[in-house]
Design a protein around this ligand. Sequence first.
Ligand code: EPZ
Length: 420
Amino acid sequence: MDKLIIKGGISLKGEIRIAGAKNSALPILAATLLTQETIQICNLPHLFDITTMLELLGCMGVQPIIDEKLNVEVDSSTIKHFSAPYELVKTMRASILVLGPLLTRYGQAEVALPGGCAIGSRPVNLHISALQAMGADIVVEDGYIKASVKGKLNGAHIFMDLVTVTGTENVMMAACLAEGQTVIENAAREPEVVDLANCLVKMGADISGQGTDTIIINGVKDLHGCSYSVMPDRIETGTYLIAAAATRGHIKLKDTRPDILESLLSKLEQVGAEIKLGDNWIELNMHGKRPQAVSLRTAPYPAFPTDMQAQFTALNSVAAGTGSITETVFENRFMHVHEMNRMGALIKVEGNTVIVQGVDALKGAPVMATDLRASASLIIAGLVSENETSVDRIYHIDRGYECIEEKLQLLGAQIRRVPS
Ligand code: EPZ
């Protein structure tokens, strides 16, 4: 397993390109199962999770073709199996996203029950109950979700007890080929849900309301092929902006979308950053100033994203003043706090809130990544530390950040990957 060695104390400066969104690319790759025609997907990020999803399609008998520009063409007409094995699901919970497409197109699906992960138990009960409301027979046995339906799924009026991103995506995909109309109330409003909906509409689906809390899908007979480019990754964007603010730097991010980051950008202005925006770029300049501590509370979109909570905790750890951060989406998303406190941070955990008292700088130390976004926060902590930090178990980071050390080196960071 590799680790990253970071020499802190350098302000990030320069400009980099943002990759396609992991959490949009994954459901869109699953959506290719909904048609017998070829789908071309562009702007895919080069990430382990994308490779895992392509492997999953492969083990069903669907052979994606990757062209010279790393765009992917998927023709799922060669599909032979309708199951997602535990070996793959255990490495990527988003494999659950093939459940809805397989069920609605082929009337059957067998998907390993995704286990919990570092950030929480991550149940999928809402996915299951919604599909059952659409007429699916579903049993969970031997660690597998075994689903089937005779004929077509039926459209249904579904109220999601909790806002669930992949739950909304699974039901939306299943509803595209169901008989009649499906209404999803309390639907997730995340931009990645909208991106998936826009791709499905391009494939011939009849969807409205995406981006609001009520999505309406009228089932159609078939979906056709199309070419679709995945939206930019707002979490990658936010991670680099937070890193630049924490290191008192000045960066410009290209090929991104400022319009879906309002909650973060307003927090970064409170931190003291000067922010400039273009259609597809964001510039952040701290003018060398120390960031001011701010408080925030995570919640479903458009509120502050839970996927940027750990990164902001790292920023607050070296900010002027004290800030509180409350996590309302996942029950155990403070694993990074203990590692940061080993680096000299002054962070207290009180239930689902952390109280962060800023210090001038952290002290480099060997630390261990526990999940994708915690890994990113430890890299930021390393960037704002005196001397050297080593972050171990960075396979977590490679799941969600494309070429992270190269991009940080382009921004002036002293970071290198070594085998551990
Ligand atoms: C998606 O996960 C993202 N992953 C996560 O990003 C993100 O943190 C999360 O949404 C919240 O925004 C992908 O899109 C691939 P949820 P998802 O269902 O869909 C509870 C990253 O770092 N819940 O919206 O799995 C659940 O326990 C990852 O890129 C149920 O109780 O999250 C959680 O408390 C991490 N039952 C809350 O809802 C269900 O059936 C929100 O989870 C489903 C969810």
